[in-house]
Design a protein around this ligand. Structure first.
Ligand code: MRU
Length: 355
């Protein structure tokens, strides 16, 4: 009988709320150092999200929800209207830390809805409700991950090679990850399979994070550079691709880490199914298509330097989009917490998430 508790114990946690304080695992230091960093101000939480100390769509939403509590904690003695105005200001500020993952704005809207429904309360009572809501967002995410794990589990068959890109793992969520949830569950059920982790230039989330957490959990993981994926596919080593996403538009277009589009095109060429694990918190029915999704452009130094060593000529022009859009026609299915959604996406997503 697979021991789920044992599986959960072997999975690292990116976010902890302990005794009314927020701690984030500084993922920029992985895999060398495992450092939990206490977050004391809204500015620190903003910087932690912006610098990718905490990253991955669901984790960003959870961290910002707790971050909002951190931001207003010392203002509980203020009159309720001033406290609520501060809350709105801090929520907008935290929401500005990264643009692409919809979970960030989604979490801030949920926290502000608590405030809107609590106008008669005093500030400290509202603070308690805000903490409860942040804890609930965190706990709900665990259930979302388990749901995706359960629905994606039958896709991973004995002997398969599974390719993933970036890190949509426990480090990017509350617990089991999104793309990794079926992998953790399959491993726990004794299924023998191999994972290939794209290293994911320029910030190496695949190498530093996915390879680290899967190895930690005892899953058979092999690291490859991004430009090796086509070769491995041509050799018949990849049977399925599973990635995460930062935002899925109403028509099923998928925003995810830069390079995902290339992997999806390759998968189509080689006839390999391409699945995207997507909790309902990552679906954005307000973005009609992928064209409506803002793509974060990050600092050129991420491309011109490797580690702290310069690898490009001074003054060279650089582009550094952090995400790309995979058109819905390349997506075999969206693994959600309730079901696997397949084409036609517009009608099905409207039927499920239209409200
Ligand atoms: O820039 P990052 O590391 O935040 O990008 C993360 C990704 O692209 C993940 O695949 C996505 O957020 C899904 S996380 C479950």
């Amino acid at each position: 009988m697979p021991d789920t508790d044992l599986m959960l114990k072997s999975i690292p946690r990116a976010i902890e709320w302990k005794n009314g304080e927020l701690y984030l695992l500084d993922q920029t230091q992985l895999p060398l150092d495992v450092v939990m960093e206490k977050q004391e101000t809204a500015e620190q939480v903003w910087a932690s999200i912006h610098a990718l100390k905490v990253r991955g769509a669901p984790a960003i939403g959870i961290a910002a929800a707790y971050g909002l509590c951190v931001a207003v904690k010392i203002s509980q003695n203020k009159p309720i209207d001033q406290f609520q105005a501060l809350l709105e200001d801090r929520a907008a500020y935290l929401d500005s830390s990264r643009p692409t993952a919809v979970n960030l704005g989604w979490a801030m809207r949920r926290m502000l809805a608590v405030s809107a429904q609590a106008s008669a309360e005093n500030s400290s009572a509202l603070y308690v409700r805000l903490v409860e809501e942040a804890v609930q967002i965190h706990e709900e995410d665990k259930a979302l991950c388990r749901g995706m794990g359960q629905n994606g589990l039958p896709l991973i068959k004995p002997g398969m090679g599974v390719l993933t890109h970036c890190n949509a793992g426990s480090l990017a969520t509350s617990e089991l990850g999104t793309a990794t949830a079926p992998m953790y569950m399959a491993h726990n059920a004794g299924v023998q399979f191999r994972v290939y982790a794209d290293e994911t230039r320029p910030l190496l989330q695949g190498a530093r994070l996915t390879a680290w957490e899967l190895q930690h959990a005892g899953i058979d993981v092999t690291l490859i550079t991004d430009n090796m994926a086509a070769h491995l596919m041509s050799q018949g080593l990849i049977d399925i691709v599973i990635t995460g996403t930062d935002r899925v538009a109403a028509n099923g277009d998928v925003a995810n880490k830069i390079g995902t589009l290339g992997v999806a095109i390759l998968a189509r060429y080689y006839g390999i199914p391409f699945y995207v694990a997507c909790p309902s918190s990552t679906i954005d029915m307000k973005s009609a298509t992928g064209l409506n999704i803002p793509i974060e452009e990050r600092d050129p130094s991420e491309v011109t330097e490797f580690g702290s060593r310069r690898t490009a000529p001074l003054g060279v022009k650089v582009r550094n989009p952090a995400f790309d859009i995979t058109p819905n026609e390349l997506v075999t299915g969206l693994i959600t917490e309730t079901q696997i959604v397949t084409a036609p996406y517009i009608d099905k997503l409207e039927a499920i998430y239209g409200d």
